[in-house]
Design a protein around this ligand. Structure first.
Ligand SMILES: [Zn+2]
Length: 245
């Protein structure tokens, strides 16, 4: 018998133990600082070289590329290695699920990746590390090396649409899974909230792991308020022992 599919939706809360703050949640840093929010808003970024210069410096100084996966990321990768079919839908752009050993094809990055850059004209992609090295070497706003176009982080900025292909795949996984675990997400913004609803509507067992209450707690089969770094490994070990569901 095929093992049940586990879908795990992760939000900022899974990465706080790795030293990455919540930037873009409803109460995130960017929402509370209009000047900082401009640096990650597409319209301002594209229109103003000074905004781009400050945006690159912010990325250089954030140290986010140096963040390491924590026990929760490792537990998710471990569940996949144990033979349970796992797909991760993440609101995070930190790439820590993959760094923990989860194959990239198992991870859908709803908001893109801060570990890559993309050209806004020819759409070629490259490592963020290389772009930041160019900034450090004296290019305040490094252009695309292929076409000279404006480079941006491969993240979904405010004012940009989410990738419809990624969204479609995420909805299909939410419909198909037997277990849907929402971890470290307030479930207050789309598409995260909608995905939890789709999973519940299609009969998945819904588990919410979050410090604060979410709008989906009353639809959940289980709500866990304990710290993610210990609660998620324990939950996933229990799932693996049950055979996934
Ligand atoms: Zn280009």
């Amino acid at each position: 018998m095929a093992k049940p599919l586990v879908a795990l939706l992760s939000g900022a809360g899974i990465s706080t133990d790795s030293g990455i703050p919540d930037y873009r949640g409803p109460n995130g840093l960017w929402r509370r600082d209009p000047e900082a929010e401009k640096l990650v808003t597409y319209e301002y970024y594209m229109a103003d070289a000074e905004i781009r210069r400050r945006s690159w410096l912010m990325r250089r100084d954030s140290g986010a590329l140096g963040a390491r996966p924590n026990a929760a990321h490792r537990a998710v990768a471990g569940l996949e290695r144990s033979g349970v079919p796992v797909r991760v839908l993440t609101q995070n752009v930190d790439g820590l699920h993959q760094l923990a050993g989860l194959p990239a094809r198992k991870v859908l990055e709803l908001h893109g990746s801060a570990r890559a850059v993309v050209c806004t004209r020819c759409h070629v992609r490259g490592p963020m590390e290389d772009a930041l090295a160019r900034v450090a070497a004296g290019e305040p706003d490094p252009p695309c090396l292929e076409c000279g176009g404006i480079l941006k982080p491969a993240t979904v900025m405010f004012g940009e649409r989410l990738d419809p292909v990624v969204l479609g795949e995420a909805a299909a996984i939410a419909k198909a899974c037997q277990v849907f675990i929402a971890v470290g997400s307030s479930l207050q913004v789309q598409p995260a909230a909608g995905l939890a609803g789709v999973a519940a509507d299609h009969g998945a067992r819904l588990v919410v792991v979050n410090a604060e209450p979410t709008p989906y707690d009353d639809r959940a089969d289980e709500v866990i308020r304990e710290p993610i770094g210990t609660a998620l490994p324990a939950l996933l070990a229990r799932l693996a022992a049950e055979g996934g569901a």
